[in-house]
Design a protein around this ligand. Structure first.
Ligand code: GTP
Ligand code: MG
Length: 195
């Protein structure tokens, strides 16, 4: 997809702050530091539009990026980040849960998993939780540039097996560093959203 317009239009911590123009939404979920904000920037060709950081816990609100006036990417705070207080974590958890389980405009979730490692317990919990709610998931294995090509297939099969992936949930490989997988990701998104 050719991105001609991409802006951060809404920042929300509660439903009253979500957009009201009823465009389809696609949310990014994944462990802190897995590359959610970097994924958004690469897909939109906008360096620095979504704030990224080597420090986990950068994204702390629901950030709605409107694309070509036809859909939103929703950047979501990452899970599994230890350095926040319990109270803070509980509040984030509630904010994310409310959004993912109740939002009608949410058409699918892009769940990002680090391609280098086996899915964590949190990754599995997240995937199963979304399956429980019947949310379509597009799995994206990130940081592909950090493993050699000869190992890609093996790492993908491990991720697929460990998550007990449903066949209808695609599993893609991606690198925000090189742009690998970008076209495939757009194709998959467009077919899921029927754009
Ligand atoms: P939170 O907002 O904390 O949940 O993190 P996030 O998932 O948004 O991660 P972010 O995009 O901020 O990236 C975290 C770090 O990983 C940054 O230093 C990025 O440059 C790096 N990174 C992200 N994607 C890739 C990738 O595909 N390849 C490589 N080599 N580094 C990446
Ligand atoms: Mg982020």
């Amino acid at each position: 997809m050719k991105v001609v317009k991409a802006e951060l239009e809404h920042v929300a911590v509660k439903p009253e702050q979500y957009p009201v123009n009823r465009l389809p939404e696609l949310a990014l979920a994944g462990r802190s530091n897995v590359g959610k904000s970097s994924f958004i920037n690469k897909m939109l060709n906008r360096k620095g539009l979504a704030r990224t950081s080597g420090q986990p816990g950068k994204t702390q609100t629901l950030n709605f990026y409107e694309i070509n006036e036809i859909l939103y990417f929703v950047d979501v705070p990452g899970y599994g980040y230890a350095k926040v207080s319990k109270t803070e974590r509980a509040a984030w958890g509630k904010m994310i849960e409310t959004y993912l389980s109740e939002r009608e405009e949410l058409k699918a979730v892009l769940q990002l998993i680090d391609a280098r490692h086996k899915p964590s317990e949190d990754d599995k919990l997240m995937y199963n939780w979304m399956k429980h709610f019947g949310i379509p998931v597009i799995l994206v294995a990130t940081k592909a540039d950090k493993i050699s090509r000869s190992k890609w297939q093996k790492h993908l099969s491990i991720i697929s097996k460990e998550l007990d992936r449903e066949e209808t949930d695609p599993l893609l490989l991606f690198s925000s560093e090189t742009g690998y997988g970008k076209e495939e990701a757009w194709k998959t998104i467009q077919s899921h959203l029927q754009l």
